[in-house]
Design a protein around this ligand. Structure first.
Ligand SMILES: N[C@@H](CCC(=O)N[C@@H](CS)C(=O)NCC(=O)O)C(=O)O
Length: 224
């Protein structure tokens, strides 16, 4: 495989999914950061939707984090995606669910309206309730989506979980998973993984909080 280049925006959770995959699969890669509020022309030429992540592989360009991650998984065995078509289809479906959770998280952090904030908070708690119902039992205090092994699907949840943890450190009462012990164990397991911890630059927690405050959102006004 040509050494791939990942086009990134520092704070993007979708890019972070691909970084975790690259680190887990020990793929040698380069990363280029762009500013999404001032997209360079070369980026607009190669990114069909003007979004990150984009993965350049030689002359080829891939977009959409779930697709990029499946490609990376296939070209760097052993696979961390299920083999059985049915289980794989279920994982893909719950990866979409993770994307919906990221959308809720984005609006929770960005809305200027308290009512919208409360609505998103309820939707996130409801999604946690749905996840709690399908997660297996933890073993020895650890849990991944499908039990005791890390899969591609875990890369799609970790960035959102990391952002919720950053938010909670600036607003302790925003304890969204408090009633969901399995979700909580899953969060703890993922956030303690080296690939997850190394998937963002060290300044990201501080910049994430600053980004939300600068936006003058309702949540921004509550953060320490
Ligand atoms: N479904 C896409 C979502 C990617 C996405 O929404 N990326 C955001 C940044 S986190 C983006 O590039 N937005 C374009 C913009 O802000 O103009 C994926 O999974 O890759």
């Amino acid at each position: 495989m040509n050494k791939p280049t990942l086009i990134s925006f520092k704070l993007c959770p979708y890019v972070q999914r691909s970084v975790i995959t690259l680190l887990e699969k020990k793929v040698d890669y380069e990363i280029k950061y762009i500013d999404l509020s001032n997209k360079p022309d070369w980026f607009l030429k190669i990114s069909p939707l003007g979004r990150v992540p984009v993965l350049q592989v030689g002359e080829d360009v891939l977009f959409e984090s779930a697709v990029i991650n499946e490609y990376l998984d296939e070209v760097s065995p052993p696979s961390i995606h299920p083999e059985s078509p049915l289980t794989k289809a279920k994982h893909r479906a719950w990866i979409e669910f993770a994307s919906a959770l990221l959308v809720d998280q984005y609006f929770l952090t960005m809305t200027k309206e308290q009512a919208e904030f409360e609505k998103r908070k309820g939707e996130i708690i409801n999604k946690y309730k749905q996840l709690e119902a399908i997660l297996p039992e933890p073993k020895n205090g650890a849990l991944y989506f499908s039990g005791d092994r890390f899969h591609l699907i875990d890369t799609s949840y970790a960035p959102g979980f990391m952002r919720f943890a950053i938010l909670q450190s600036a607003l302790p009462e925003l304890d969204l998973d408090k009633d969901f012990p399995k979700v909580r164990t899953w969060v703890k397991t993922l956030l303690s993984k080296e690939s997850v911890q190394k998937s963002v630059l060290p300044e990201v927690p501080e910049e994430y909080i600053r980004y939300i405050k600068d936006h003058k959102s309702y949540l921004g006004s509550l953060l320490k």
